[in-house]
Design a protein around this ligand. Structure first.
Ligand code: DGT
Ligand code: CA
Ligand code: CA
Ligand code: ZN
Length: 561
């Protein structure tokens, strides 16, 4: 078994594109493109074939393909990849911008991405350039906008919904999602589904109501566009190579490259079909565990597969036991219809109990978020209701909390004597997002130093695709948070995903603890916790790092209550 024909074809296609971008001869570009098409459409496995017998594949291309089959790339491709920036290749995807003009813009103006092109046009920097009149500029600008819309990634909540809908709609023997979704990245480019089942699965898939367009259809892979705009790739794989396919299509690409190197060092080959020895005998293929163990490694949780040190750790047996959804003993940031939630206190608490929580905090907004019309009187009334409700939940400790507003100067809504009456205080930035880095850093530090602030809520305040993160010196903020015992929140709402995993990793480095919260405003939101756990895993967190996995006593001690 070998690398798929599609992969070799894609490499030749990429080479053609890079060759064209570098001003390569148009005739040769076309002959590479023809060869790529011909390889992709060739019915037999390339490894069992003399590639020279494939129509359109001459000696020069055959050599490149053979080298590719050996090691996953070829010299000329490596050379061109090194000289043409990724962004310039992106540029050629702008409708009406060919390779010649793309390279010209890069060399003349340093334009190295579609976004940079839009900026250059808006800044009038294309004016007077030969071949770029006002009409062309207008078309290019439209093209960039189109590209941004179609190439748009979505947050994980949208992709997960869709993946679960797809999986429920297909009668397969085995089926699972792979790709960035399985790695729990915060945004998803397309959804990758693997299945074991009959070829008819493809027809069933293509005729589902969520499919708006069939992009490509084959026996092994079908790609569709869906009503969410998102693309879904369904691959039907042989049952015996399930594990190998899952490893390969879960990625990341960088992780795959790294573990393939380990196989190669042993004189073996790793593909989406399995791990093979020098004689093409299968060593492992059925499960992921088999493959990693055969390579002398621990199984690597998908959320770690970003080539961020996990390969070395797995080889040395140092992959930690990561925090899991089942470890969460409670939720420490939730709302009710007393402020902007839509469910009543009774209903939220009942839903929390149904999740088996040992504790649950109600943290409605505080007065400075004026539209919520919160008052101390209302908060105290809610406290009495919670005390009464507690009697019906002997196994779940109810905590009365609040989500404070961190004012521009770092102060919060109520004085200390009021704050001390709450079991738990989350404090968040909800206004004045545009403060300077220095002001914002001071603001967070003041909040952390407030002894009654236990958790900083959704720290960066970003909304994916809508609002950028605030600017702060996070190193400094995390240092203070660690010193003052203030937890950073991992807000699990999929359009927030806040803190993001890279900042979680940084904060952990400083010794900060975390709270994985749902920030629920309705009952279904409680289930978003799984996305927060994904972020935590991507940052290598264990239960020791996450305060709401701790038993109640340890949590209360941390809160100083
Ligand atoms: P996305 O879709 O942009 O959110 O990210 P992924 O990681 O889902 O990427 P995608 O859908 O292009 O491919 C799915 C997985 O397939 C990817 O994570 C690794 C594997 N894969 C795709 N292309 C290649 C490749 O050229 N080489 C290797 N080694 N693996 C690849
Ligand atoms: Ca994907
Ligand atoms: Ca894909
Ligand atoms: Zn908030």
């Amino acid at each position: 078994m070998g690398r798929s024909n599609d992969e070799a074809a894609a490499a030749i296609e990429e080479y053609a594109e890079l060759f064209a971008l570098n001003g390569g001869d148009a005739f040769r570009v076309r002959s590479y493109q023809k060869a790529a098409k011909s390889i992709a459409g060739f019915p037999e496995d390339l490894r069992q074939t003399d590639v020279r017998t494939i129509p359109g594949v001459g000696e020069a291309i055959a050599k490149k393909v053979e080298e590719f089959l050996q090691r996953g790339s070829f010299r000329q491709l490596d050379d061109l990849r090194a000289v043409v920036p990724e962004g310039v290749r992106e540029l050629t995807k702008v409708p009406s911008l060919g390779p010649k003009k793309a390279l010209f813009l890069f060399q003349e103006l340093g334009v190295d991405s579609p976004a940079a092109l839009a900026e250059a046009i808006r800044g009038g920097r294309l004016a007077g350039l030969r071949g770029f009149g006002p009409k062309t500029e207008e078309n290019l600008l439209k093209g960039v906008e189109q590209l941004e819309q179609s190439g748009g990634r979505v947050h994980i909540g949208i992709a997960m919904d869709l993946a679960e809908r797809v999986i429920a709609s297909l009668p397969a023997e085995r089926i699972a999602y792979a790709g960035s979704l399985r790695r729990m990245r915060e945004t998803i480019g397309d959804v990758d589904i693997l299945a074991v089942g009959p070829v008819e699965l493809m027809a069933t898939f293509a005729s589902q109501p969520y499919v708006t367009e069939v992009i490509a259809r084959g026996d092994r892979k079908t790609s569709v566009r869906t009503d969410r705009g998102l693309q879904v790739d369904l691959r039907v794989v042989p049952a015996e190579s399930w594990g190998a396919a899952l490893v390969y299509f879960t990625g990341s690409k960088e992780h795959n490259v790294h573990i393939r190197e380990i196989a190669v060092k042993k004189g073996w080959k790793l593909s989406e079909y399995g791990l093979f020895d020098g004689e093409d005998h299968v060593i492992a293929s059925e499960t992921e565990e088999d493959i990693y163990h055969a390579l002398g490694m621990q199984w690597v949780p998908p959320t770690l597969r970003e080539d961020g040190g996990e390969v070395k750790a797995a080889l040395e047996g140092r992959i930690p036991r990561l925090v899991e959804l089942d470890d969460l003993k409670g939720d420490l940031h939730t709302h009710t219809n007393l402020t902007d939630g839509i469910a009543s206190l009774d209903d939220m608490v009942a839903a929390a109990a149904a999740r088996g929580y040992a504790y649950y905090a109600v943290t409605d907004h505080a007065p400075e978020l004026f539209m919520q019309r919160m008052t101390l009187e209302k908060a105290l009334q809610q406290r009495a209701e919670i005390a009464a409700l507690q009697r019906s939940y002997p196994d779940m400790r109810l905590l009365h909390g609040t989500e404070l507003n961190i004012a521009p100067d770092g102060s919060v809504d109520w004085p200390a004597e009021v704050l001390e009456g709450f079991d738990i205080c989350v404090a968040s930035v909800h206004s004045h997002f545009g403060q300077s880095r220095e002001e914002m850093t001071r603001r967070f530090i003041a909040a952390c130093e407030n002894p009654n602030v236990h958790i900083i809520g959704h720290p960066t305040t970003r909304k994916i695709g809508k609002r950028p993160p605030v600017d702060a010196d996070w190193d400094e903020v995390f240092r203070v948070a660690a010193r003052t015992g203030t937890a950073m929140e991992i807000d699990s709402f999929p359009d927030r995903a806040d803190l993001p995993s890279d900042l979680v990793r940084l904060a952990r480095h400083h010794g900060v603890k975390f709270s994985i919260d749902s920030d629920s405003h309705a009952i279904p939101h409680l289930a978003n916790e799984r996305f927060g756990v994904g972020i935590a895993q991507r940052a290598w967190l264990t239960t020791d790092d996450v305060i709401n996995t701790w038993p109640l006593d340890r949590l209360l001690a941390f809160l100083g209550r």
